[in-house]
Ligand binder design. Structure first.
Ligand SMILES: *Cc1c(COP(=O)(O)O)cnc(C)c1O
Length: 388
């Protein structure tokens, strides 16, 4: 029973698709441009530690995360992989950054001085990327002359390897991106005049990395692309969604005309109805707003609506259109484009959000099952055969 999957509700991750997407990004970037594989938020729900080797073996130069806890999880599993924290780390936790050899974002002289002192104490080098605010106004040294002087001081600190200089685009439109890029390059050039050069200057994420080749510089930081989530407009890249979300029918009820289903009886039967219960809910990360007729799932090749209020752990669907449906039948909640189920793109539109949120909000409860290519199709075929 050791490898038994303990739930019918599960998330299948196709490692061949992750590998293919990673190679596509690296090919696009070319040999001169390092790809930072963004695996924050548990790799947008795909499982950071589980997919890290696939990424590193298929072209990633380093793994980028949001915070120290995410970085430590990866460093403990894979001490040899370079891990980069794109957020800030509080002073009191910086000793761990140095101890584990994590690459840290810095946007104050003060934190660089703390890291320099810690590096001296631990007889190590603190590798940093300096963030510069070109207008996103989230993190970064403000774009004022005093900042350049402070960055110059950072570059001269003992025990500090200022490996990177970077910023982040707001992606409002081409003109505003261009203004940010220009401000970034002017700062980088001014720093060069002052004797500070950086191995990695970077500003592009997934969207800009595809759409704006001139913004790739020395590194691109791509998350969405690795998971096959397309956001680009001008450019194009052959990537495929890696994740599918599945379950099986757990129960079937017969609801008489006029009876209600789920909390508040928001849905009542307009005719006698076969109602299927599915063992997933909003605590698995499915948007609660997709209950009550908004969301659909695929059963026996047909789309059926979720009816009534979506509960924390379960929801109900109208099986009227598929009389052959039985308890144990496979249900595709999020398809990956190879079937008629809504994919993450469609779900995000239905829920009024973006694709990254739909993936990242998947919780840890549904087990992640890692597969290669056609295994996914085989799994449902086996199940069908077994139930005949
Ligand atoms: C999340 C993040 C990225 C990756 O964004 P995608 O759109 O998924 O490629 C890049 N850079 C920073 C600073 C981020 O926080």
């Amino acid at each position: 029973m050791e490898h038994t999957i303990l739930s019918d509700t599960r998330i299948l991750i196709d490692l061949d698709r992750i590998a293919g997407n990673m190679r596509a990004v690296k090919n696009m970037a070319g040999p001169q441009v390092t790809v930072a594989a963004v695996v924050k938020a548990d790799a947008y729900g795909h499982g950071a530690a589980a997919i890290a080797p696939t990424l590193m073996e298929n072209g990633a130069g380093l793994l980028a995360v949001a915070n120290l806890a995410e970085a430590l999880e990866l460093k403990k599993a894979y001490p040899q992989y370079p891990v980069f924290i794109m957020g800030l780390t509080p002073d009191r936790l910086l000793p761990l950054v140095v101890e584990y050899g994590i690459i840290q974002t810095v946007d104050t002289l003060h934190q660089a001085q703390v890291l320099s002192r810690l590096a001296g104490e631990q007889k190590k080098t603190a590798v940093i990327h300096i963030k510069y605010d070109t207008g996103f106004h989230r993190l970064g040294f403000p774009a004022v002359p005093k900042s350049l002087e402070e960055i110059r001081q950072i570059c001269a600190l003992p025990g500090i390897d200022a490996q990177g200089f970077y910023s982040h685009l707001a992606l409002k439109d081409d003109a505003s991106n261009k203004a940010q890029f220009t401000a970034f390059m002017e700062a980088a050039d001014a720093l060069k005049q002052m004797g500070c050069t950086f191995r990695f200057r970077h500003i592009a994420d997934s969207i800009s990395g595809v759409d704006d080749p001139e913004y790739r510089l020395d590194m691109i930081r791509t998350g969405a692309l690795l998971y096959g989530l397309k956001g680009f407009h001008r450019g194009t890249l052959a990537i495929r969604q890696a994740l599918t979300f599945r379950t099986r029918i757990s129960h079937i009820s017969h609801v008489k005309k006029g009876e209600g289903v789920s909390y508040d009886y928001v849905w009542t039967a307009s005719q006698d109805t076969r109602v299927g219960t599915l063992p997933f809910g909003y605590a698995d990360g499915y948007p609660r707003c997709l209950g009550n007729g908004k969301g659909v799932v695929l059963i026996c090749g047909k789309r059926v609506p979720i009816i009534g209020v979506l509960c924390m752990d379960q929801c109900m669907v109208d099986l009227t259109g598929i009389p052959q449906a039985r308890v144990g039948d496979e249900v595709i909640i999020y398809g990956n484009g190879s079937d008629a189920a809504p994919d993450i793109q469609e779900i995000s539109q239905l829920a009024g959000t973006n694709k990254n949120e739909i993936a990242a909000r998947l919780t840890r409860r549904p087990p992640r099952v890692y597969i290669h290519g056609d295994q996914c199709a085989e799994e449902s075929r086996d199940k069908r055969e077994a139930s005949l």
